[in-house]
Design a protein around this ligand. Structure first.
Ligand code: OSB
Ligand code: MG
Length: 385
């Protein structure tokens, strides 16, 4: 109890696959199922949970469930298993020489944050320095089969209580549809996300969007670009927000120095974990740049950590953190996440991520499992099924 360090005794990886309540279409891909890796860590009789957000296919990021599994099993877990750790930052420093692979790192790091917060008996939000118990949230609306379907979908989410809407856009599904939603809802806080579908040649599209009173335009240009975004931002009043381009605190620093964006979408899964997320938050706060918490269609495990993070003070725009029912018929956690009447979600107040994992449900959706243990009887058992 007084010993601040903890010996990490076991790490379990589970590849889970859950069907989404509706297909989610972006400029570059469609998801009907959500795959992720659930990471469970054990030490000193405490269990911690994390979620690695890499997808099966490399359409959003270069990492996949397969590459993340490899990096976790062969490099990250061996760097910390059996070690006495003083905290999540200590763990992260032990795998610093693994280049890239922020999603793999984040899955394990988040589980360790949960483990240490639970060992201290405090909510993850408190452990991170959170300052609010409710977080403003919104909903991300995929490309729809028709404008009519889009207007219906948006109206449905507004009826559910969402107060901020993000529309996915792509060439041929941009100015006209966004203008139609703006006309239907003149006062709605509205933003768009292109997932890197455009180039600087599309300046007229962004100049037209610039007149539609949007909160921000998310990742219009290349997924790894910082330079062209700076050129585009000069021509627009609407803030550009970077998502895909920011994979670390250094990327955030470079983007702000270059003027590539005026807002940053922080996804812990994309930037290497909660420690890196907090570093980006602090950097932006010092420069008076607002941040908000993005999402990767997480299960309740990742969602709980996102809510804890979004309770930090410089999360000034609503997050892509929707209720469990917006994604899944049955979530992995109890209680499921629900939207409050005021368009917020409540930050869990129990120890760690503050929600219970439903182990029966977890078992149902697991398609591969592997246990890494220090126990001699198990060796480094890598059970698979
Ligand atoms: O670009 O923000 C994105 C989902 C999966 C991958 C990328 C993105 C998204 C979303 C949905 O927009 C956010 C959410 O509700 O989890
Ligand atoms: Mg995005």
């Amino acid at each position: 109890m007084s010993d601040p360090s903890m010996r990490l005794e076991q790490v379990e990886l589970r590849h889970v696959r859950m069907s989404l309540v509706a297909p989610f279409e972006t400029s570059g891909w469609v998801e009907t199922d959500r795959d992720c890796i659930i990471v469970t860590v054990h030490g000193d009789g405490v269990t911690g949970w994390g979620e690695c957000v890499a997808s099966v296919e490399p359409w959003y990021a270069y990492e996949t469930t397969t590459t993340a599994w490899h990096i976790l099993a062969d490099f990250l877990i061996p760097a910390v298993l059996g070690e006495k750790l003083t905290g999540p930052a200590d763990a992260a420093s032990r795998w610093r020489r693994v280049r890239g692979h922020p999603m793999a790192k984040a899955g394990l790091e988040m589980a360790l944050w949960d483990l240490f917060a639970r060992a201290h008996g405090v909510p993850l939000a408190t452990f991170l320095g959170g300052v609010r118990d409710r977080v403003q949230v919104g909903v991300s609306v995929g490309v729809q089969p028709s404008l009519h379907a889009l207007l219906e979908t948006v109206a449905g989410y507004l009826a559910d209580g969402y107060r901020r809407v993000k529309l996915k856009i792509k060439p041929g599904w941009d100015v006209d549809v966004v203008r139609a939603v703006r006309r239907a809802h003149p006062d709605l806080p509205l933003q768009v996300d292109a997932n890197s579908a455009y180039t600087l040649d599309d300046l007229p599209v962004f100049q037209a969007l610039d007149d539609l009173d949007l909160l921000l335009i998310e990742q219009p240009l290349g997924h790894d670009d910082l330079y062209d975004h700076a050129q585009l931002q000069r021509h627009l009043r609407t803030p550009i927000c970077l998502d895909e381009s920011i994979l670390s605190p250094d990327h955030a620093r470079w983007a702000l120095a270059l003027g590539s964006c005026r807002v940053i979408n922080i996804k812990p899964g994309r930037v290497g974990g909660l420690g890196a997320s907090r570093a980006i938050h602090d950097l932006c706060q010092a420069r008076d740049v607002p941040v908000w918490c993005g999402g990767m269609l997480e299960t309740g495990i990742g969602r709980a950590a996102n809510l804890a993070l979004a309770s930090l003070p410089n999360f000034r725009l609503p997050g892509d953190i929707s209720a469990s029912a917006r994604y899944y018929a049955r979530d992995l956690v109890e209680p499921p996440f629900v939207l409050n009447d005021d368009g917020t979600m409540t930050v869990p107040q129990g120890p760690g991520i503050g929600v219970e994992v439903n182990l029966r449900r977890l078992e149902e959706v697991t398609i591969r499992r592997e246990v890494h243990s220090t126990r001699a009887s198990q060796g480094c058992f890598r059970g698979t099924r």
